[in-house]
Design a binder for this molecule. Structure first.
Ligand SMILES: Nc1ncnc2c1ncn2[C@@H]1O[C@H](COP(=O)(O)OP(=O)(O)OP(=O)(O)O)[C@@H](O)[C@H]1O
Ligand SMILES: [Mg+2]
Length: 180
């Protein structure tokens, strides 16, 4: 669950979010709709902790993974569409990468065996991934892409390829469809 209460964000003396409340429950699918400049991205940045509110409280249940796919294609960098969504999940994804590196080392007959410290680390990382339901991250990321109209044949295309697709998806007066 993610809960925002009494959130205020102002840029200079312009108030963007005023006393905003929001509750996101497990399984919720939410569309955020509003005119350009209304503060949609600002709200998402508060949830992703990229923007610190001037006032108010953000509560995020432990084990919740916040992913954020920017509407600014210029920020996207050389990764495939799938990698970009996975990376959006932040540290859970990085922990998964670390785990699979250790697993490869364990499975490799010519590699150094894992040290005791590495074995301890492996156990800790595994617990962390389990607690945060990180094991089906790839499956869930694929579902996000499919939901955006990007099918399996395009999962591994560089994310930049989609900028033209995004521009085409954009109609004046509407938000680009990818974020909101
Ligand atoms: N870092 C910033 N500094 C100053 N003003 C900002 C900053 N970020 C956003 N703003 C302003 O805050 C307002 C809300 O911006 P925001 O990006 O949240 O709107 P939005 O609803 O996502 O708009 P769009 O539909 O164009 O994506 C806009 O007027 C924007 O110019
Ligand atoms: Mg926006």
């Amino acid at each position: 669950m993610v809960k925002l209460s009494g959130i205020n964000v102002a840029y200079g003396d312009r108030s963007i979010l005023r006393n905003a409340d929001l509750l996101i429950r497990p399984g919720d699918r939410i569309g955020l709709v509003g005119p350009n400049g209304a503060g949609k991205t600002t709200l998402l940045k508060v949830i992703a902790e990229e923007e610190k509110p001037d006032d108010g409280v953000l509560l995020v249940d432990s084990g919740t993974v916040i992913g954020y796919f920017s509407q600014n294609v210029g920020e996207l960098s050389g990764r495939s569409a799938l990698e970009e969504v996975l990376a959006g999940a932040g540290s859970v994804y990085e922990i998964g990468q670390q785990l699979s590196k250790l697993e490869h080392q364990m499975a490799d007959p010519v590699a150094e065996p894992l040290s005791d410290a590495d074995m301890d680390l492996y156990g800790e990382l595994q617990t962390e991934v389990l607690a945060r339901e990180g094991y089906d991250l790839e499956y869930r990321s694929e579902a996000v892409l499919t939901g955006l109209g990007i099918g399996p044949e395009r999962y591994h295309e560089p994310v930049e390829h989609f900028s033209r697709w995004l521009e085409n998806a954009y109609r004046p007066g509407q938000d680009p469809c990818i974020e909101s």
